[in-house]
Unconditional design. Structure first.
Length: 160
């Protein structure tokens, strides 16, 4: 991983000022983080993301975005941390869609909308649920869940 200290050392080696290199590095990180909703933190087995009608294999460290549908493979588990520190854990064969995500870390403003499509998922709510619960929505095929800063599990049984 390229660290801030590496950027300073590289800037000095090139005869540039370290502050400029550090600001450039931090600025580019902010742009990348702002575009994504979060990152895959853990993965056991296989998981996939469907984005713009294309399905891709997921790996730890990969970013996820609003509009992504994340599906865990059979006998697999995937853990995602969103930028507001909301944590999503999807169990074997489970699937969810990140319908909407925006978060401003300086003001805690934003919105979050997740749809649980099938299987089992666990959620540990983050900053948005504590600071703007009216802007957070969790849906299942049959209901909308109102959450006010907590930890919960959704288990969607398939109907015959």
């Amino acid at each position: 991983m390229y660290r801030l200290t590496d950027a300073v050392r590289d800037a000095r080696a090139r005869g540039r000022r370290p502050l400029a290199a550090a600001l450039l590095l931090l600025g580019s990180w902010g742009v990348c983080a702002a575009d994504s909703a979060g990152v895959v933190k853990t993965l056991q087995g296989s998981a996939f993301v469907t984005r713009d009608a294309v399905t891709l294999a997921l790996a730890p460290g990969q970013r996820v975005f609003a509009g992504d549908r994340v599906t865990a493979g059979a006998a697999s588990h995937v853990g995602i941390t969103l930028h507001d520190d909301t944590r999503l854990a999807i169990g074997p064969g489970g699937s969810l869609e990140i319908r909407d995500f925006a978060f401003d870390a300086s003001t805690y403003a934003g919105q979050l909308a997740i749809s649980f499509l099938r299987g089992t998922a666990r959620v540990i709510t983050g900053i948005l649920s504590r600071h703007a619960p009216e802007r957070v929505e969790y849906r299942t095929p049959t209901m909308t869940i109102g959450i006010r800063g907590t930890d919960f599990i959704v288990d969607l049984e398939e109907r015959p």
